[in-house]
Design a protein around this ligand. Structure first.
Ligand SMILES: [Zn+2]
Length: 133
């Protein structure tokens, strides 16, 4: 397996990519949170009633609904980025968490925080969709 190990140089490259991505994601999350907080304050004057489930509140919340949707997606992404960064420090980065195979670099270039190879990801998504229904 050693000959397939990602070199420190390559790991460092991914680390930089992930750190930039992390910063972008965090600032986007903060921005959306700010807008949401401001809107909620304006609407009700009560910040304590703000939850991520505001989406089921009513008709004039479609904008807010959309933001919550993006926010949730970005939070998930941030978690994935953090996990990926940990895996870089652990030197387990780039290994599929399910089958233990190396994730092709082609895929890591597009999704640097990928946890699974494409095959396992597809299987996971199928399972998740089944669970949700
Ligand atoms: Zn896999």
């Amino acid at each position: 397996m050693a000959e397939k190990d990602l070199s420190n140089e390559i790991l460092d490259e991914y680390k930089q990519v992930l750190l930039i991505e992390k910063e972008k994601t965090e600032s986007l999350i903060n921005k959306i949170n700010d807008i949401q907080k401001r809107n909620t304050e304006e609407r009700s004057g009560d910040t304590s009633s703000y939850t991520l489930h505001q989406a089921d509140m009513g008709t004039d919340t479609s904008e807010s609904e959309r933001r919550v949707y993006i926010l949730e997606k970005e939070i998930v992404k941030l978690k994935k980025i953090n996990v990926a960064l940990h895996r870089i420090y652990d030197k387990t980065y780039g290994i599929c968490l399910i089958c233990g195979q190396y994730i092709p670099e082609k895929r890591l270039k597009i999704v640097p925080y990928a946890k699974y190879c494409i095959d396992c990801k597809n299987t996971e998504e199928l399972n998740n969709n089944k669970k949700r229904r």
